[in-house]
Ligand binder design. Sequence first.
Ligand code: HEC
Length: 114
Amino acid sequence: MAVTKRLSRLALGLVFASGLAGERAFAGELSAGKAKAEATCQVCHGLDGRAVIPMAANLSGQQKEYIIAQLEAYRGGKRHHEQMSIIAKMLTDDDIENVAEWYSSIEITIVMPE
Ligand code: HEC
């Protein structure tokens, strides 16, 4: 089991290394994204992406590209928010792609009002 996991990670790494050299890959790693969300985001956004404080956004099911763009905007200073700007500055490119992978992969159901 552990060996299989390690092998598939290796395979994944090779795919990235060979195919996407020089290009920014929008492919985060789900388990790393979950771990980061658990450690850093869930107090406000929930691990399931359902915001637990009124002023935080729901992130579950959000477009991956959108999440990445917002985190980069906070980190680079194009978008400013007291808390998010600080949090985003602590994230690496990999962190951003991984948490974006996590939150965008959560399936949501939409029910419109009557
Ligand atoms: C202390 C609470 C807090 C934590 C922790 C936190 N956030 Fe936020 N986040 C917010 C708030 C509040 C906003 C709304 C900010 C604004 O109005 O610009 C926000 C906004 C965002 C947005 C923009 C949403 C949109 O719809 O434009 C993203 C993406 C985001 N957070 C991702 C994250 C990620 C990923 C983490 C963990 C690495 C994280 N946040 C940790 C409070 C938090």
